[in-house]
Design a protein around this ligand. Structure first.
Ligand code: HGY
Ligand code: MN
Ligand code: MN
Ligand code: MN
Length: 419
């Protein structure tokens, strides 16, 4: 890199840190943390502000039909497919300021820097702020990247509702999107040649191994289910213990079994019940209906599916013994995806060139890159998470590591855009 571009680089690195703080103000919770749920006011303001920021970077920026925001640095060789980089703008409830946001801001500032330092690239480079990845408002994840990769369509959105009963379609319309323009058929983009995502690790391996950059080898498979247990609600004082069809007692047995079977299965399998709701729960009523979520992950799809089948069969045994009924809804089945070796080698070379200590590791978290892996060369860059904490207001990454990731991303995008 030429000397003046080094001064320019430190300027953009400083700005990247400032813009990351600025973005976290959209959906900031009074008690700390950030909540930016799909199609809510803080989400819309953040996407609109990012569109404006991208334009200030000299990118052609705007929304697509479902609320993804793209910023394009047009290349001069139109025969070459674009390189897309970015992440998701939505968060979990009371989440951190880096999950998703860092990938968007680092990518946007990287394209701004490359344009300022090197002008028009050979190949178009694009940044994307995906509208939704977490599945934290609606029981559907990857809505943004799923639209771009052709695996999500509006067809199913009208039945999907949040915990207040607002359907995804209604929420989309309330946020000002013309749902009629979102074709019933996926609007898959065919012009993306590669996808590169930079993200916090959300785990503690890099910190433990004292590495500054992670090069992701694969992303785990993921199954997300909603389990509904129904029994009979009844009077807590007059119903003998032996005559109850207690949905919560049954669910509690299922939760304990989930943990026991996951421990017996051993790593890398993980199984989590993140939300449990007692419908019409009242202290003096035997619970008649319970709903809980189940999140199962593994690097091996066959073992993940086999574990789900065994676990649900055991749930049925518990239900039969307690004269309960269970219904399960599959909200997500994402296969494990290997990352592209060619791009990963470029990332490793960038780290070596900059003297950043790097290592290869799998991702236990799902990412938008999971959906691009099957359709184009895809790779991920990780930076360390302090104490491995994420999906929490305590999520934190050292500025020096954020900048190292930023420089690594620039180096790789330069190779693909200008090399
Ligand atoms: O849940 C996940 O793995 C990701 O943070 N959406
Ligand atoms: Mn994320
Ligand atoms: Mn997340
Ligand atoms: Mn470099």
């Amino acid at each position: 890199m030429t000397p003046n571009s080094l001064d320019l680089l430190s300027l953009y690195a400083e700005q990247m840190l400032e813009v990351l703080e600025w973005l976290s103000s959209y959906g900031a919770d009074p008690e700390g943390g950030v909540t930016r749920l799909l199609y809510t006011e803080p989400w819309l303001q953040a996407q609109q502000a990012l569109t404006q920021k991208m334009r200030e970077m000299g990118l052609e920026a705007g929304f697509d039909a479902v609320g993804n925001v793209f910023g394009k640095l047009q290349g001069n060789n139109l025969a070459l497919k674009s390189v897309l980089t970015g992440s998701h703008v939505d968060t979990v409830k009371n989440g951190g300021k880096y999950d998703g946001a860092y990938g968007i801001v680092a990518s946007m500032m990287a394209l701004g820097y490359l344009k300022a330092a090197y002008g028009t690239p050979k190949r178009t480079l694009e940044v994307v702020s995906f509208c939704e990845e977490e599945g934290s408002r609606f029981p559907l994840a990857y809505w943004g990247s799923g639209h771009v990769t052709g695996v999500r369509s509006l067809a199913g959105a009208s039945e999907i509702a949040d915990l207040e009963g607002v359907t995804m379609l209604e929420a989309m319309q309330q946020a000002g999107f013309d749902t009629a323009s979102v074709s019933e058929h996926p609007a898959k983009r065919e012009d993306i040649g590669a996808y590169i995502e930079i993200h916090i690790e959300q785990g503690s391996v890099l910190e433990y191994k004292q590495k500054q950059i992670g090069i992701v080898t694969a992303i785990v498979g993921q199954i997300r289910l909603t389990v509904n247990v129904t029994g009979t609600s009844n009077h807590a004082g007059t119903t003998p213990m032996t005559m109850r069809k207690d949905a919560l007692a049954g669910a509690a047995e299922m939760l304990a079994l989930t943990e026991r079977m996951a421990l017996e299965e051993g790593e890398p399998l993980v199984a989590t019940v993140g939300r449990l709701e007692v419908k019409r729960g009242t202290s003096n009523v035997v619970p008649g209906e319970v709903e809980f979520t189940l999140d199962i992950r593994h690097t091996d799809e066959w073992k993940m599916d086999a574990f789900r089948a065994r676990l649900l069969a055991e749930f049925e045994v518990i239900a039969m013994r307690r004269d309960l009924h269970i219904d399960t809804t599959l909200n997500l089945h994402a296969s494990p995806v290997a990352m592209h070796e060619g791009i990963s080698a470029e990332i490793e070379a960038a780290c070596d060139a900059h003297g950043f200590e790097s290592m290869r590791l799998p991702s236990g978290a799902g990412h938008d890159a999971q959906l691009f892996g099957p359709i184009c060369p895809t790779a991920m860059i990780f930076v360390p998470s302090r104490a491995g904490i994420s999906h929490s207001p305590d999520e934190f990454t050292e500025p020096a590591d954020l900048v190292a990731g930023f420089q690594t991303l620039i180096h790789v995008l330069y190779q693909y855009g200008y090399g």
